[in-house]
Design a binder for this molecule. Structure first.
Ligand SMILES: [Zn+2]
Length: 215
């Protein structure tokens, strides 16, 4: 689980409760009072403590049979390959495009499945990417800069991050248990104001510099 924020705070209890065998939680930040509305696995008195360690404690209390590995590291193009290698599924719940693209590119390079979940303002997006098309095919190259929009600036309700995070957890459980249809290559779009949810198919970008053909 990359990011123990609003998305992670929904994914982590669902997967730990479901008895997923091992869970690595990567987050470099500390719990903050202003984020607790969307991070219900933390308490007010946890403010200032590292989220990865707190989330690890949450998992151990909920299900001591889950092997949990909290890592207080920032994930970027340099650190991503080593942090992700060896896992069966990567779930990205980070709040900015630069990090999401770094995670996606590393997953493509390592051949790892990526479940990407995001929520901002009143929109949520959840999708499973298996190689090609990848998350970069969907987003494009315009968002690699670190100063893109993020939740801290635009805001998001905890109810929506919870919804998107639980949908991600559901897709993760389906993927890990091979239950139901293959949900990869489709993006679930949640419109919280319209009260609708729909799916779009992601097309592979022939010029994608992560999963496209070289040359
Ligand atoms: Zn791609």
């Amino acid at each position: 689980m990359i990011g123990a924020g609003g998305i992670g705070a929904a994914v982590i209890p669902a997967l730990a409760g479901a008895g997923v065998g091992a869970l690595t939680i990567v987050d470099p930040d500390t719990a903050d009072l202003s984020n607790l509305h969307r991070q219900p696995i933390y308490r007010s008195r946890d403010a200032g403590e590292p989220k990865a360690a707190l989330a690890g404690q949450f998992v151990r209390r909920l299900n001591p049979f889950v092997e949990v590995d909290p890592i207080e590291r920032r994930i970027d193009p340099e650190t991503a390959p080593a942090l992700l290698a060896g896992h069966h599924l990567v779930i990205d719940g980070t709040d900015n495009f630069a990090t999401r693209l770094a995670v996606s590119d590393a997953c493509v390079a390592l051949g790892l499945p990526l479940l990407s979940a995001a929520a901002q303002q009143w929109q949520g997006q959840v999708g499973l990417f298996l190689g090609r098309p990848c998350y970069r095919c969907f987003v494009g190259d315009a968002f690699d800069a670190d100063d893109c929009d993020n939740c801290a600036e635009l805001g998001v309700t905890g109810a929506l991050t919870g919804l998107a995070g639980n949908l991600a957890a559901l897709l993760a459980i389906r993927f890990l248990t091979q239950a139901g249809d293959d949900p990869s290559g489709r993006l679930h779009l949640i419109d919280a104001l319209a009260g609708t949810q729909r799916q779009i198919r992601i097309m592979a970008d022939p010029g994608c510099r992560a999963c496209g053909q070289p040359g």
